[in-house]
Design a protein around this ligand. Structure first.
Ligand code: PLP
Length: 394
């Protein structure tokens, strides 16, 4: 069988063996319901508390500020919908950015239909929100600012501390979608003035279908799933103990290994970027050159379709993405690439490669060699490229 080179870790990651091993006993050995009084259930409760403590420690938060959810999308929905509801007597205005994940953008669109007003901040050509724009957007009725920690397509890390400071100077709550950043960059919720933070297990070598929302103590936020008294009565439903255990182990490992792991990823990422930019003409690097996720590279190759490139890379065993997994399948170019000012025809030629701890230099060399061949082949079939070459020969 051909080797798979998996370079789509922003879409999802492999669940690590250590995580799977930690989860296994909680399926058929310690399967008790954490809300029961007998000791079988107590073991579930103990394991859940340990996971909560581990996650809280990573963020500099208190254990009781961590609420387990079914993943990043639920955490984002909860943070926005429930604060909008709880603070609507104070105001109806929310500020976010144009480059958020659809879990935020589509929730904001829904809130607009419920009578809330939403400002979608522009970003600069590297994908950063300008703190000045944020200040200018604030109204007396602003109740919530939600800006992602790092972008899932182009990897840009946002000026979170400045945004948090502006929010708190103005008495406004600050939520950040940190699904891509949690486990990849150091995060302390107090230092960064974060009131709510979303994260998801499957983006950091944990299991799918489990995530959490950090909610700072004192933030008024309504329960999202109604039913039993789980998660301090704010999120009903029998807890996903194996998932919670897996997420706890993944978070702990990610924090402990962060420095060494990301240093290695940054080195390989920069090698990948350098080779592509040096060896493939008419190529643009998307996202901030320095302030970007350690494992993210995102390019636009002029005169080609990103989808064709992906299919041909797949035939070589290479998994990449044209942007976010959620946008592929539609032919609209990525809203993120349009927001950084790329014209449609260039945005269509995008490729996102996201590395993991297991990615090797050999993987990168093989991938770059294939990209060079495929891009040249696709361009040789492109009438646009032919026109371009003719014009430049004149
Ligand atoms: C993946 C992702 C989500 C959604 O998380 P799920 O756990 O898949 O629901 C939300 N925001 C960002 C930035 C993401 O990358």
């Amino acid at each position: 069988m051909k080797k798979t080179i998996y370079l789509d870790n922003a879409a999802t990651t492999k669940t690590s063996l250590a995580v799977v091993e930690a989860m296994l006993p909680y399926f058929s050995e310690f399967y008790g319901n954490a809300s029961t009084v007998y000791s079988l259930g107590n073991e579930s409760k103990r394991a859940m508390n340990e996971a909560r403590d581990n996650i809280a420690a990573v963020l500099g938060a208190k254990s009781e500020e961590i609420y387990f959810t079914a993943g990043g999308s639920e955490s984002d929905n909860w943070a926005l919908k429930a604060t909008a509801e709880a603070y609507k007597s104070k105001g109806n205005h929310i500020i976010t950015s144009k480059i958020e994940h659809h879990a935020i953008l589509h929730t904001c669109e829904w809130l607009e239909k419920q009578g809330f007003e939403v400002t979608y901040l522009d970003v600069d050509e590297n994908g950063k929100v300008r703190p000045e724009d944020l200040k200018n957007a604030i109204r007396p009725t602003t109740i919530l600012i939600s800006v992602m920690f790092a972008n899932n397509e182009i990897g840009t890390i946002e000026p979170i501390r400045e945004i948090g400071e502006i929010a708190h100077e103005n008495g406004i709550l600050f939520h950040t979608d940190a699904v891509q950043a949690f486990g990849q960059v150091p995060i302390n919720v107090d230092e960064l003035h974060i009131d709510m933070l979303s994260a998801s297990g499957h983006k950091l070598n944990g299991p799918k279908g489990i995530g959490f929302l950090y909610i700072r103590k004192g933030v008024k936020i309504r329960s999202f799933v109604h039913g039993g008294a789980q998660e301090r009565k704010r999120r009903a439903g029998t807890e996903n103990i194996p998932g919670i255990v897996g997420l706890g182990v993944a978070a702990k490992y990610a924090a402990e290994s962060m420095q060494e792991r990301t240093a290695k990823e940054i080195e390989l990422r920069d090698y990948l970027i350098k080779r592509i930019m040096d060896e493939v003409p008419h190529t643009k690097l998307n996202g901030h050159p320095q302030d970007r996720l350690p494992n993210n590279a995102n390019f636009c190759f002029r005169f080609i379709e990103g989808e064709s490139l992906l299919i041909m890379l797949d035939m070589e065993g290479i998994c990449g993405s044209s942007g976010s997994a959620c946008t592929s399948g539609s032919l609209d170019p990525s809203h993120v690439l349009l927001a950084i000012g790329l014209p449609h025809e260039i945005a269509h030629g995008s490729l996102r490669l996201t590395l993991s701890e297991e990615t090797t230099k050999e993987d990168i060399d093989f991938t770059v060699d294939k990209i060079k061949d495929i891009v040249a082949k696709l361009r040789s079939m492109s009438p646009l490229y032919e026109d371009f070459v003719k014009k430049s020969e004149k």
